[in-house]
Design a protein around this ligand. Structure first.
Ligand SMILES: Nc1ncnc2c1ncn2[C@@H]1O[C@H](COP(=O)(O)OP(=O)(O)OP(=O)(O)O)[C@@H](O)[C@H]1O
Ligand SMILES: O=P(O)(O)OC[C@H]1O[C@H](OP(=O)(O)OP(=O)(O)O)[C@H](O)[C@@H]1O
Ligand SMILES: O=C(O)c1cccnc1
Length: 482
């Protein structure tokens, strides 16, 4: 079995729709789908787009091999042999436009746009959403943690609690993009070239007669990277004193112990006491690492209590995004080919938030040239007059007219970049380090009011007048038809 082939990493209904299109002869008609989410996770003011590298790998690897074809034959006896033969020839020949990883993104703006034969565009929905939703969620969670601990070390420790192996490595990458410094997962390090770090577990201490012996032997083995876990028996009475003793042994060899790690108890109290003890012993250079079910709220609290912690190890709450374990990104048809031309399509819902924005769209980030700060995102229909050539732009909020705003001297930066054109990859593949520094620059483009953890300001995402009018026209058309 080829476990690497992700072509059937899709919902069966996609293949059913592909089949029905094929039977009806409409499978080669072009369709445009857009991917976006409707609500920000964790009550955050922004999300950090991630998942594109995985999407590119997936699209490049799309191929129905003999195993896949044989399996489909067993799943649905109505699938015609000629359809299965067509699948054997399948490859992605369309266009994919996508936001860059690390970009700050907001609800209801297109982050991915697939323009392809409906046969192809339909197949990829499930996987694209799977990758975008998970990685964007974890990058956003990690970014929240980074916001509250901007000057400390951040280690990703989540693999043992991750929802299986893929989530662990891609989650580690997402955390790195958002500003974490290293992961404990070596495979993530090897795959993506991100830094790895590791201390030791309680098992190392338990495997010796005394804590002092355990620490000494560890220091003998890895003298240049000694971080000792001090909470196995009694943190302040035995763990920290034994660690101090080991640090002194290392000093005699001209070496410096790196840190101690606290993994239970009152982390504020213990870190302050441990700091005092280390300082009194002249070990001001020994850092304190803390772990144990941390997240952005506990870290904020610990800092408010004056905890003396230099590095945070964060696992479960980050990698599982446990306060909101899914991002609800969707993939909606916005235009389809009819008689050789595109017609816009809409999805209407009793829930106004779920009514889709019809038509093929572009997204621009409107950046004020005076301040260098982002003022709003602006969604226009493809083919509208290019707003990059205008002197001023009127941001229009049809539902709240008093919020209208005119911006002068702005730069309009397109958010969607070409990734595949006619099936060929056309994008650079930035490294995680490049994405990480791009993300940092993205953050600098936003006022802190949008970035705060609790009750952030709502960043403006507006439709152009033409995009709004098209939406109203289609709503009227469908409601008039009833
Ligand atoms: N001073 C503090 N203020 C707020 N939260 C804290 C403080 N110290 C520790 N915490 C958090 O409280 C929780 C304590 O969890 P828990 O009761 O499982 O830990 P424990 O009993 O200390 O250790 P163990 O992992 O051995 O069970 C953790 O999420 C930890 O990060
Ligand atoms: O708490 P997290 O944020 O998930 O960070 C990772 C945790 O994994 C390890 O211990 P493990 O949880 O396996 O055992 P423990 O709870 O007994 O320390 C480590 O000591 C951390 O506590
Ligand atoms: O290196 C560590 O301290 C570590 C790694 C994974 C999970 N918890 C801790």
């Amino acid at each position: 079995m080829d476990y690497e082939n992700l072509t059937l990493h899709t919902d069966k209904y996609q293949i059913n729709m592909m089949y029905a299109h094929w039977i009806q002869g409409s499978h080669n008609e072009k369709a445009v789908f857009e991917g976006y989410f409707r609500k920000l996770p964790f009550g955050n003011g922004y999300a950090v787009f991630a998942g594109l590298e995985r999407i590119v790998q997936y699209i490049e690897g799309l191929k129905f091999g003999e195993e896949e074809i044989e399996y489909l034959r067993t799943q649905e006896e109505q699938y015609h042999e000629d359809f299965l033969a067509e699948l054997r020839e399948f490859r992605f020949t369309g266009d994919l436009w996508c936001a860059a990883e690390g970009t700050l993104v907001f609800p209801n703006e297109p982050l991915m746009r697939v323009e392809a034969r409906v046969f192809e565009a339909q197949l990829v929905e499930t996987a694209l959403l799977n990758f975008m939703n998970y990685q964007t969620l974890i990058a956003t969670k990690a970014s929240r943690i980074k916001q509250v601990a901007p000057d400390e070390g951040l280690l990703e420790f989540g693999t043992r609690r991750a929802q299986e192996a893929d989530a662990a490595v891609w989650g580690a990458r997402a955390a790195y993009i958002a500003g974490f410094h290293a992961t404990s997962n070596l495979r993530a390090g090897m795959l993506f070239g991100i830094p790895t770090k590791g201390t030791h577990a309680h098992a190392w201490v338990q495997a010796h007669d005394t804590e002092e012996e355990a620490f000494r032997k560890y220091a003998e083995a890895l003298p240049d990277q000694v971080t000792l876990l001090v909470d196995t028996y009694d943190t302040l009475k035995s763990g920290v004193p034994a660690a101090i003793h080991t640090a002194k042994l290392l000093e005699r060899q001209g070496k410096r112990m790196q840190a101690i790690r606290l993994d239970s108890g009152d982390l504020a109290y213990l870190s302050k006491k441990a700091r005092e003890m280390l300082d009194e012993a002249g070990l001001t250079y020994v850092n304190i690492v803390a772990s144990n079910d941390l997240d952005e709220n506990i870290i904020t609290d610990l800092k408010a209590q004056g905890a003396k912690i230099d590095t945070w190890g964060v696992g479960t709450h980050l990698i599982t995004a446990d306060d909101q374990p899914a991002l609800g990104g969707v993939y909606k048809l916005v235009a389809r080919e009819k008689d050789g031309a595109y017609v816009p399509v809409i999805k209407i819902s009793g829930n106004p938030d779920k009514v889709s924005n019809p038509g093929v769209k572009e997204v621009f980030r409107i950046v004020n040239r005076q301040t260098g700060k982002a003022e709003a995102d602006y969604i226009a229909l493809r083919g509208e007059e290019d707003i990059r050539n205008h002197d001023s732009i009127k941001l229009f909020d049809p539902q709240h007219p008093y919020l209208n705003k005119t911006i002068k001297d702005y730069e309009a930066i397109p958010l969607l970049q070409p990734i595949f054109i006619q099936g060929k990859p056309v994008c650079d593949r930035p490294t995680p380090d490049q994405i990480r520094s791009y993300h940092k620059k993205q953050l600098a483009m936003f006022w802190p009011e949008y970035l705060r953890k609790l009750n952030p300001e709502v960043y403006r995402v507006n439709l152009s007048r033409a995009a709004w009018e098209l939406k109203m026209e289609l709503i009227q058309q469908y409601q008039g038809d009833r």
